[in-house]
Design a protein around this ligand. Sequence first.
Ligand SMILES: [Zn+2]
Length: 463
Amino acid sequence: MPRTFIRCKTLFNGLDDEVLRDQTLVVGNGLFCFIGPHAQAPQPVLEDEVIDAGDHFVMPGLVDVHTHLVFGNAKSEEDIDLHVSPEFRALRGLFFTQHVLAAGYTSVVVPGDAGQCSIAVRNAINAGMFTGPRIAASSNVIANRQSLNDWFPSWVGTPEYFTGRLCATREEQIAEIRRQAKDGADVIKIAMDGAHFRENSEHIAAFTQDETLAMVSEVHRLGKKVAVHAYGREAVLYAAKAGVDVIFHGFFMDDTCIEAILESGSHVAPTLTMLANNVEFAQDYEASTKSGYAAMQRRVIDIGCRNLRRAHEAGVPFMTGSDSGFAITPYGEWHARELEIMVDWLGFSPAEALRAATSVSAKMMPAAQRAGSISLGLPADFLFINGSPIDDITRLQMRENIRAVYLGGRKVRTQVPGYDPNKVSDFNTVKWSELHTRQRAIEQGKRPAAAAEPILTPRIAHE
Ligand SMILES: [Zn+2]
C-alpha cells in the first residue's frame, strides 16, 4: 500500500498552542502513521508519494458543530419545513457538502432536520459514493409545546417532514429518542428554550429538569450525543446539570450555570456568527420588514459576550459552530468567522480558537469519524493554508487562502460549482414585504402629498 509523505515547514497539530517546525507526516491507509521531525522520519520508497507543503501552514481540517446541511440557505422557517420535499433537501444537502469542504471544513455536526435527510447524506458519503465532509447526522429536533421548532400554531402541529418533532410527554420524548437512534442519528438535538418569559424577563425552559435528565440519560445510554439550543439561564442550567455534550449559544448563563458546566463536562458552542451577520448585514432590510430583529440580536450579543467571557475565563471548554444553512449564513462562506469572533469578542488567543475549531469540536463526532488533530492513528484530514492563521485568524475566511484540503489523506477538489439560489431555496409564496397604503404611496412620491383643492364646506341655503 503506497504511503503519502508530507514535508511541513510549519505544523499546527490541533492539540498544542505552539507551532512545530520541520515536521514530516506519513499517511498510510488514510491514517497518520508517522508524525515527527524530518531527521527521524522513515524513508519513502519508490511507490510512495512525497508532497512538500512549502511555506504553507499545515493544520487539521476544521470542524463546525452547527451546520444545518439540509436547510438550503433558507430565508424563513416556512422555507425549511413547507416548500421543499425531504428528498430534494437531502440531494441539495449533498451538493452543499462540497461548499463546506472547499472552505476547509472536513467535519460537520448537523443539529436537527426532518426524517432521514442528513442521515442519508452521511450514509452516501460513508459508503464512498460521494466525497464529502465527515458528518455527525441527526433527525428531528425534540421540541415541546411553545419551544423552539414548534413554530407553527397548535392546529398545524409538527407533521412528519417538519424539522421539529413535538414530544409533549415524557413517554413521547423517550420514544422519539429511541426512534432516532434506530434510524441512525449520531446526535440528538433538544430545543431547550421556551417562548415564555418570567416577569423579570427571564426565559422559561421548554422542559423541566426531570424531563431533561431523563432524555439525556437515554441518549447517552444508547451511545449517542446530545446537543441543545439554549439561550436562557434556566435552559442552560438544566442542560448542564443533565450532562449534555454541547450547549449551543448559552448567552444568558450565570455563575451557577458555569459551575454546573464545569462539573458535568459539557461544552459550549456560542455560534455567534449568525447573530453577528444579522446585525452587520440584515439590519436595513430587517428594520423595514421585521420590527427590531437586528436591534434585539445586538442586545443579546452584548449580554452574551459578557457571560461567555466569564465562562471562558472559568475554564469552560468551547467548540465552534456557525449556524450555516440560512440566507444570512450560506454554506461555505462564514464558518470560520466564529474563530474571529472568539478572538475579538471572547478573549481567545488565535491558537486557542484553532484548537476549539479542531480537536475540541471533533469530540462531537462519532468515534469512527473523529479526526480534528494531527495525531497517530487518526484520519488524515488536513489543510494547507496560505499564511498563518495564528498571526491573522481572519485568513481562514478567505477561500483563496485554503490552498489544499486533504480528507483521509486524499486531496479533494476545492473548485465547487455555483448555483442559482432561486432554484435551490426561497420557494416562499410571500409576494409583498410591506403594506402599500395611500400614505405609503405619498411617501414614495407616487401620489401628491395633499389634495390640491381646498375642501368645500356645504353651505346651508336660507329661505
Ligand atoms: Zn441552528
